[in-house]
Ligand binder design. Structure first.
Ligand SMILES: Nc1nc2c(c(=O)[nH]1)N[C@H]1C(S)=C(S)[C@@H](COP(=O)(O)OP(=O)(O)OC[C@H]3O[C@@H](n4cnc5c(=O)[nH]c(N)nc54)[C@H](O)[C@@H]3O)O[C@H]1N2
Ligand SMILES: Nc1nc2c(c(=O)[nH]1)N[C@H]1C(S)=C(S)[C@@H](COP(=O)(O)OP(=O)(O)OC[C@H]3O[C@@H](n4cnc5c(=O)[nH]c(N)nc54)[C@H](O)[C@@H]3O)O[C@H]1N2
Ligand code: SF4
Ligand SMILES: [Mo]
Length: 751
């Protein structure tokens, strides 16, 4: 191929929440180079090693390119017609035999980065019509969504740390040097942290491991896993006791301060110190530093969510931000004004319906519903346990729960007992090997992109659209078309259900609702006139254009000249910068009271459990080992281990053990250890390192690629073990139903 066939494409990376701009060089349909897009308005050329592998993912010979249908026990290639017919037979059969409650749905993490799934996933959910809805959210951020929903009125109204302007950043349970940040969208967290330190700001990291982020910090507090709620309560206690509470500009919009002050009273630094492993003087000092800094912000992530006090900890993060006057001000915790999709930019500013929780419970264990879903930790028992409502068929979309959910061996076995399973995915992996039909999604390069949810949590107001880089393969439906047709078939339609017709109905209904909505910028306009403006676009592009135009930065279909539309984004492939975050209270609130709820009842009630936990731990100090997770820059949950350039080199799936523990247990660096928990055991290579706190061992998740029936040549050669063989499905954060994936009691011995 000659150089004249070379072309450049600009595209946002869909692999993690950072959303870096990429510049791809292609020869024909082959990607020959990927660099950071220096002109991207947000990432300015930053990228990580994963971002350079979109071409590898596309070219991966193991990527599923034609539908696979199970015949005589084997998954074999089939035509789309055959696959859809098999889906219809499978789903309709289960519904006829057992009713709709026998269906279940699991949506995995890449849905959050997938425009088609974001805009049309609801059609699938509605079509299935089952209460058994599960997602990766309940092994991840559900506690934060619940606490934010209760405090601010919507689960995605999550305040984000304004790290570009803050003077003091307290990070708990996050390692953005590996993860590139989460629920706080910004490319180049490392660069932003270095800029914070260069301007004289202070970084304090709370983590049982001395992570890369902790190494960059002014101070690292190696906390005992699972005890962050106690640490934060003690900080609240000091703020109150020392008279340091100052709500600042938001004071008139906050209620419940007295309740919180009261709740924190027993949690003095002296009371919690032995349990958290952080000395009382340090806790006092950090509390005072937070109050004294010109601006400061507390930020917590996975290590504060996937623990038994996940929701309470997530709540306390924002309580501290509020008590120190840092909510809704530059340098503190702020609310994004997203161009698309944000509930806090629709309806009546300052008030709304809020969130309701625990409206129903799971059939077998009675675990709580939150935000329309059940905890994925109950999925296996719902499949195994006979009776009315037993799950007999499962639909997975972009998920690998066999590696990503607690006691995954139990789920692995349960999936084998389903009557029917269909997966929309790109691989035959640990989960999809159980499917009766695999419907292949196009590769990321064949799809358009807009980060609908993640740009609602961006540290700057930006909008960035990417068209597909490569065309779809002949006969290959787009991912949104797959989801819509699957949804219609699940609802009872023929296998030939037409996604385009459903798409037309959706857009007509949305436009109709907008022109009827008194709070919308197109209220009273003629629906047909707006539909004519959106034509001839269809699919995700049309819906995105509609949302852009009617969003807070939109052109309101001509009424606000200069505003956003999809044409504007297409003309600006490096993104549109809409400026720094600005104070948004009280307008961003959607609580029924119109106030920030500092002391929501369900969280106040959970403090009893925290008090009991403290008393129990003081009376009987925990002395065994506990397991925590970790992430690596070159790995992405469970699904990028088939990319050779990422997994080559040193083995990353090791169990990290502190030297004191290693010598006590007779473990040698490079040797092998058997790690056991209540639910299972694994044997993994030992890495002796003082980066973990004594008493803590660490194993990353997403590995364990040696199961029969998977088609992952590279990953299978370096399988590693799954940490979720050890995590316990019976322990949940009772408020959010989130799984507990950290602070798992284990024993470790030489293998
Ligand atoms: N022990 C422990 N467990 C954890 C965590 C932890 O920290 N510790 N972290 C948790 C977190 S935060 C998360 S988000 C979950 C993730 O849990 P999951 O979402 O269940 O797992 P992933 O590994 O993200 O798997 C993604 C799946 O999507 C497929 N895929 C990739 N791209 C596409 C696409 O474009 N379309 C379609 N249809 N499919 C695609 C992949 O092949 C893979 O099967 O894991 C959780 N599990
Ligand atoms: N390279 C890479 N990037 C990713 C991902 C990936 O798999 N690889 N996954 C993406 C996803 S889905 C997500 S959700 C984000 C997650 O983003 P982060 O939350 O930044 O993820 P981790 O790197 O797992 O950091 C969690 C930290 O919590 C610590 N920890 C464990 N238990 C506790 C505890 O009880 N208390 C405290 N204070 N700390 C604790 C762990 O030691 C670990 O350092 O990353 C995203 N980005
Ligand atoms: S940091 Fe995330 S978004 Fe940026 S290149 Fe890496 S994987 Fe892609
Ligand atoms: Mo996640």
């Amino acid at each position: 191929m000659s150089r004249t066939d070379r072309r450049t494409a600009i595209r946002t990376c869909p692999l993690c929440e950072a959303g870096c701009g990429l510049e791809l060089t292609l020869e024909g349909d082959r990607v020959v180079r990927i660099r950071g897009d220096r002109e991207d308005v947000f990432s300015h050329g930053f990228l990580c090693p994963k971002g350079t592998t979109l071409g590898h993912l596309h070219d991966d010979p193991d990527r599923v390119r034609t539908p696979l249908v199970r015949r005589h026990g084997e998954l074999v290639p089939a035509s789309w017609e055959e696959a859809w017919a098999a889906v219809a037979t499978g789903l309709h059969g289960v519904v006829e035999r057992h009713g709709r409650t026998a269906l279940a749905y699991y949506a995995g993490n890449p849905n959050a980065h997938n425009l088609g799934a974001l805009l049309y996933g609801r059609i699938l959910g509605r079509g299935l019509g089952t209460p058994n809805v599960f997602s990766a959210s309940t092994v991840d951020q559900r506690p934060k969504e619940v606490s934010a929903g209760l405090m601010f009125g919507h689960p995605l109204t999550i305040p984000v740390p304004d790290i570009d302007r803050t003077d003091y950043l307290l990070v708990l349970g996050a390692n953005p040097y590996a993860s590139n940040g989460s629920l706080a969208t910004a490319p180049d967290w490392p660069g932003r942290i270095e800029a914070l330190r260069a301007r004289g700001g202070r970084l304090v990291v709370v983590d049982p491991r001395r992570t890369r982020t902790a190494e960059e910090a002014d101070e690292h507090l190696a906390i005992v896993p699972g005890t962050d709620a106690l640490l934060l309560m003690a900080i609240v206690n000091v703020l109150v006791a020392d008279g340091l509470v100052d709500l600042g500009a938001v004071a008139d919009h906050v209620r419940g301060l007295d309740v919180v002050a009261d709740l924190a009273r027993p949690f003095t630094p002296e009371a919690v110190t032995a349990v958290c492993g952080i000395d009382a003087a340090t806790i006092r000092r950090v509390a005072r530093e937070l109050a004294a800094a010109p601006t400061a912000v507390v930020y917590g992530r996975i290590g504060t969510c996937t623990v038994t006090f996940g929701t309470t900890t997530s709540w306390l993060v924002d309580v501290v931000n509020i008590l120190t006057g840092n909510l809704d001000r530059p340098g503190g915790a702020m609310f994004t004004t997203a161009a698309v999709g944000a509930a806090n930019t629709r309806g009546t500013p300052g008030t709304g319906r809020g969130v309701r929780l625990h409206r129903r419970a799971s059939r077998v264990r009675g675990a709580p519903e939150t935000l329309g879903e059940l905890p994925v930790a109950v999925l296996a028992e719902e499949i195994e346990t006979p009776g009315e409502g037993q799950v007999r068929a499962l639909v997975t979309v972009a998920g690998n729960p066999v590696l990503s959910t607690p006691n995954s061996e139990r789920l692995d076995a349960a999936l084998a007992g389903l009557e029917f399973m269909v997966s929309v995915d790109i691989s035959v992996n640990e989960t999809t090997r159980h499917a009766d039909v695999i419907l292949p999604a196009p590769s990321a390069l064949q799809k358009s992109h807009y980060d609908v949810p993640l740009l609602q949590l961006a540290l700057r107001n930006v909008a960035n659209y990417s068209p597909p880089v490569l065309p779809l393969d002949p006969g290959q439906p787009d991912e949104w078309e797959i989801l819509v047709r699957l949804g219609r078939i699940a609802a009872g339609d023929l296998p030939t259900a037409d996604p385009a017709a459903v798409d037309d109905e959706i857009v007509r209904a949305l436009v109709g609702a907008l022109v009827a909505d008194e709070t919308s910028c197109v209220h009273g306009r003629d629906a047909d006139e707006l539909l004519a403006v959106l034509a001839p676009r269809t699919g995700p592009e049309r819906l995105l254009d509609l949302q852009l135009r009617t969003g807070p930065h939109g052109d309101a279909f001509g009424a606000r000249p200069g505003g956003l539309s999809l044409d504007v984004l297409v003309a600006n492939p490096h993104g549109v910068d809409l400026g720094p975050l600005e104070p948004r209270l009280p307008g961003a609130l959607r609580t029924p009271s119109g106030m920030v709820e500092l002391a929501p009842d369900v969280l106040v009630a959970d403090v009893d459990r925290l008090r009991a936990f403290l008393a129990e731990r003081v009376a009987a100090p925990a002395d065994g080992l506990v397991l925590v997770g970790r992430r690596d820059l070159r790995s992405n949950n469970s699904w990028m281990h088939n990319v050779d350039v990422l997994v080559k080199g040193r083995v990353r799936c090791t169990v990290q053990v502190h030297p004191d523990d290693a010598s006590r247990l007779g473990l040698a660096d490079g040797g092998s250890a058997r790690v056991r928990s209540r639910v299972g055991e694994v044997v993994a290579p030992v890495e002796v390192t003082d980066a973990v706190r004594p008493g803590v061992v660490s194993l990353p998740h997403g590995w364990g690629h040696d199961r029969p029936g998977t088609v992952l040549g590279v990953a299978g050669a370096r399988p590693g073990v799954s940490s979720n063989t050890l995590t316990d499905e019976e322990v949940l954060d009772p408020v959010s139903g989130n799984a507990v994936l950290n602070a798992i009691p284990v024993t470790v011995a030489p293998a």
